[in-house]
Design a protein around this ligand. Structure first.
Ligand code: PGA
Length: 250
């Protein structure tokens, strides 16, 4: 992953049925064929749609990713999906440690690190998510919290590999609120410093995505902030025109 290449990744969360692929993906394909994206583009649909989406975008410059994986390769884990299974279904990336999973399923940095390592071992690029809560930001601890998450959630196995970190303030996700551009820059610089400390120069090319209420009308400013290497987009990735608006802002 070259540092100059930004990554715009859509996270559909628990949204989308087969019928939705028609609309969103056909529009996206048509527009990107007419004018190719100047960045890497990925969509992370629910696991049930992975292989259908992979078929629908095959041969296009759109990658497909999972939203989570187990740290184990296989076994008696009812409902679990391994990194190799995602890859087998056509994924090239996987989100790990999203704040919704950290909060709802109690995922720790240690577990997130194990998932990222499993992803790399299966040949997937992990997108490792970090971000502070509102209470942590209000207590002046945003940088410290995010730095700790980066140091403890990135396994050494990602060094020199295709991976990304996504900085997503918990309070900005799905709320329409975003940090100021200065706050985004401050945290992204701290994330880069922590990555270099943890992994050395082998991590210098990995992009740091910003996530949390990215929309077509704020994407251009956010993507121009130093050390912002792309965006992880939730709500605005569900509509082709909004997602395209963000892709075109790169
Ligand atoms: P949002 O979600 O863009 O809807 O705020 C971002 C995310 O959770 O990745």
């Amino acid at each position: 992953m070259k540092q100059s290449e930004k990554l715009i990744a859509g996270n559909w969360k628990m949204n989308g049925l087969g019928a939705d692929l028609e609309g969103v993906v056909q529009d996206l394909k048509r527009e990107l064929q007419a004018e190719p994206a100047s960045c890497r583009v990925a969509i992370c649909p629910p696991a049930t749609l992975l292989s259908r989406l992979a078929d629908a975008v095959s041969g296009q410059a759109v990658e497909v990713g999972g939203q989570d994986c187990r740290a184990e390769t296989h076994g008696a884990f009812t409902g679990g999906v391994s990194a190799a299974m995602l890859k087998d279904a056509g994924a090239t990336l996987v989100i790990v440690g999203h704040s919704e999973r950290r909060q709802e399923f109690g995922e720790t940095d240690r577990l997130v690190s194990a998932k990222a390592e499993a992803a790399v071992q299966a040949g997937l690029a992990p997108i490792v998510c970090v971000g502070e809560t509102l209470e942590q930001r209000q207590a002046g601890r945003a940088v410290e919290v995010v730095r700790g998450q980066v140091m403890n959630s990135l396994p050494l196995a990602v060094a020199g590999r295709d991976f990304a970190v996504a900085y997503e303030p918990v309070w900005a996700i799905g709320t329409g609120l975003t940090p100021t551009l200065e706050q985004i820059e401050e945290v992204h610089r701290a994330v880069r410093a922590a990555m270099l400390e943890r992994l050395g120069l082998a991590s210098a090319a990995a992009p740091i995505l910003y996530g949390g209420s990215v929309k077509p009308d704020n994407a251009r400013d956010i993507l121009a902030v130093p050390e912002v290497g792309g965006a992880l987009v939730g709500g605005a990735s569900l509509k082709a025109s909004d997602f395209l608006g963000i892709i075109r802002a790169v």
